[in-house]
Design a protein around this ligand. Structure first.
Ligand SMILES: [Zn+2]
Ligand SMILES: [Zn+2]
Length: 317
């Protein structure tokens, strides 16, 4: 399971921290100004996902590098076309003569199109940007049991929406049998995954054909979580969102404007309460959460906006 925590208050820019069960590292989604993001969380992060580099999504990058410098390992930064040069420009506005070349390495993954990613590397103290390779597809990040895929949305510039997905897992229900746990459980799961129906599994010195024990197993669907930031609420974007995030367990979606400010949303290539809810409903997302509100609203207006969103989520018009 993924655990997601919004690290910004409603008056601040957006930043969301993701953690995965039984996994040591954090992921930071969006680098907006977020006062709840702690130094420890920043230092324990091994990948940062940025939708686009409007200042409200990128301003906190300086704080992140401030606390990550010296961790002596690689951190991946994912973002849209041009982000590698923008990161280099940000970093080069400081002086680094006392910093060792192994203090940190940033691997920057730049999404050029829906099917192409360019990978760069940059490290202190010179911070020269090196292009490493180009990869095909939309899988921008991979761990042993999860992947992150992207889709490009239109916000007058391309913005990236991210989906974090766990692989399905084979689980066992020992309590429905008379057996006790042991190394045979792992062997049985391996036999199941590799079509080893006739493999012999030894439990308590007695041998069983694997297929005779398969009824103890079931597939647990992997968790999925989406982060959809700034986009205009048009047909093309909604088509992409519905396809990419269909049936996700949880999605955070930008909801910049109230319904009465629909014209502003269109003008500024943003979404608004009713439309963000509509696309979440049509994508059959199990839990949709409205985030990232215009700074023109005070606390009570944001409450109204969220109510509009939640109200539309439950309508079928
Ligand atoms: Zn924006
Ligand atoms: Zn924004």
């Amino acid at each position: 399971m993924f655990q997601a925590e919004i690290k910004s208050s409603i008056e601040e820019d957006i930043s969301i921290l993701l953690k995965q069960d039984n996994h040591p590292w954090n992921y930071i989604c969006e680098c907006g100004n977020a006062s709840s993001l702690t130094v420890k969380e920043i230092r324990n992060t091994n990948a940062i996902f940025i939708s686009h580099t409007h200042i409200d999504h990128f301003v906190n990058f300086d704080t992140i590098i401030r606390y990550q410098i010296g961790i002596q390992r690689k951190v991946v930064i994912c973002g849209p076309k041009g982000i590698a040069n923008q990161i280099q420009s940000r970093i080069k506005s400081y002086t680094w003569n006392l910093i060792d070349r192994n203090a940190i390495i940033y691997e920057i993954r730049e999404v050029i199109s829906d099917s192409e990613i360019v990978i760069f590397e940059i490290r202190p103290p010179v911070w020269e940007l090196l292009e490493i390779k180009v990869i095909k597809g939309n899988t921008i990040f991979e761990e042993k049991s999860s992947i992150v895929t992207t889709v490009l949305l239109d916000h007058k510039i391309p913005t990236l929406a991210y989906k974090f997905e766990e692989a399905d897992a084979v689980k066992i229900d020992i309590t429905s049998s008379t057996f006790k746990g042991g190394s045979w459980v792992r062997e049985l799961k391996e036999a199941y995954k590799n079509n080893g129906n006739t493999r012999l599994i030894t439990i308590d010195k007695k041998e069983y054909r694997a297929e005779k024990l398969f009824h103890l197993l079931h597939i647990q669907k992997g968790d999925s979580i989406g982060i959809i930031m700034d986009h205009i609420a048009n047909t093309e974007n909604h088509k992409k969102i519905k396809k990419h995030f269909f049936n996700c367990r949880k999605v955070f979606i930008e909801c910049f404007y109230k319904n009465e400010d629909k014209e502003l949303a269109i003008l500024n290539y943003h979404s608004y309460a009713k439309m963000s809810a509509k696309v979440m409903r049509e994508a059959e997302v199990k839990e949709a959460i409205a985030v990232h509100f215009s700074r023109k609203y005070g606390e009570s207006e944001i409450t109204e906006l969220v109510n509009e969103f939640n109200h539309s989520l439950n309508l079928f018009d």
